[in-house]
Design a protein around this ligand. Structure first.
Ligand SMILES: Cc1cc2nc3c(=O)[nH]c(=O)nc-3n(C[C@H](O)[C@H](O)[C@H](O)COP(=O)(O)OP(=O)(O)OC[C@H]3O[C@@H](n4cnc5c(N)ncnc54)[C@H](O)[C@@H]3O)c2cc1C
Length: 306
């Protein structure tokens, strides 16, 4: 029996396990080959137990949120992929402080808080993904971002197995980035996050959220995608650059650059990761040749790329 098979057996005593799970079923792109081991965590404690058990014997572990900001390779991800459904919510003192599992739906939680009359997250009602993913990227929209309301996170050090609280001020939260994306806290798992919201008027907050919904519907394409492919460089919005080099509407097999929003790359059917990657590289090359600007990817390319 291989090390991975023995690990899968041990993980089964902690949480539900599947083998060779196709990741295209778990990404908003609808793209991605198999994970060797797929294991579902339904609480921060189970998430921690899975990470500890895995890292004791193999190196490859990937904590997946909603798969809304990643392009998974056609060959999939080797080792263990954790399906994070740790969604517990606890109201703390003082009023307005909440501790939430990192697997909670960020948009769902934001909408619920608006409905309950807690202000600070109306801008987030249309952002797919989990709270954990939102921390990693300091998710934001319409002038708001998670850093505005995040107090801190409970982290698990994948290597030592220790968990600790880290204040938001120490997470290096910037536009679509953090210490996690810059590698400083890579190899750490976000178990929970603490948010501080202010009392507000529920009806007004729901109206504000509805306004953001309408703006999103008007600006963004439908279909399978991972949101903005590139961060906006200081010089010009990424969509304008991609448009200006003639890539709006470009196709490679079933992958394409959206006609509606040229920073959105879309899977129109059975696109492969390599089709999307080809278009992304082409856009990067053309923008650099034309303007000398290096586009920075917001979407992470993960897994076993050739
Ligand atoms: C239609 C659409 C619109 C979007 N609009 C916006 C927008 O307006 N603003 C915005 O900021 N983003 C937007 N996004 C991007 C995306 O929704 C966010 O980046 C989101 O926060 C990603 O969360 P996730 O759970 O899907 O992360 P995933 O894609 O599952 O994971 C992304 C990375 O985070 C890591 N990660 C996830 N959870 C944890 C954890 N618990 N511990 C450690 N690492 C973890 C993963 O390992 C991976 O490296 C959009 C995406 C789509 C598809």
């Amino acid at each position: 029996m291989s090390t991975l098979e023995r690990l899968a057996d041990r993980l089964e005593s902690i949480a539900p396990v599947r083998r060779n799970e196709l990741l295209s079923r778990h990404t908003t792109f609808g793209i991605g080959g198999p994970a060797d081991i797929w294991v579902t965590a339904d609480s921060p404690e189970t998430l921690a137990a899975i990470v500890r058990e895995t890292t004791a014997s193999v190196e490859n572990i990937f904590v997946l949120g909603s798969g809304s900001n990643i392009l998974v390779a056609d060959e999939g991800i080797r080792g263990v992929v954790v399906d994070n459904r740790a969604r517990q919510e606890v109201a703390l003192e003082p009023a307005g402080v909440f501790r939430v599992g990192s697997g909670a739906s960020f948009a769902g939680y934001a909408r619920k808080m608006c409905r309950q009359g807690w202000a600070g997250l109306a801008w987030a009602v249309g952002i797919p993904g989990t709270l954990g993913g939102a921390v990693v990227y300091n998710a934001g929209a319409y002038g708001g971002c998670l850093a505005d309301v995040l107090r801190g996170v409970r982290l698990l050090d994948n290597e030592s197995g220790e968990d600790r609280w880290v204040d938001a001020g120490d997470l290096g939260l910037v536009y679509r980035g953090s210490v996690f994306t810059r590698g400083a806290l890579a190899g750490q798992t976000i178990l929970e996050a603490e948010l501080a919201l202010a009392p507000g008027d529920a009806a007004a907050l729901m109206e504000e959220a509805g306004g953001y919904d309408s703006r999103r519907l008007a600006a963004q394409p439908r279909g399978r995608n991972a949101g903005s492919m590139f961060k906006n460089p200081p010089e010009r919005p990424a969509w304008k650059l991609v448009d200006a080099v003639g890539m709006r509407g470009a196709r490679r097999n079933d992958a394409g650059v959206s006609e509606k929003h040229s920073n959105f790359f879309v899977n129109y059917g059975n696109a492969k990761a390599e089709d999307v990657a080809w278009l992304v590289a082409e856009a990067e090359r053309r923008v650099f040749d034309a303007y000398g600007i290096r586009l920075e990817r917001e979407v992470a390319f993960v897994g076993a790329w050739a």
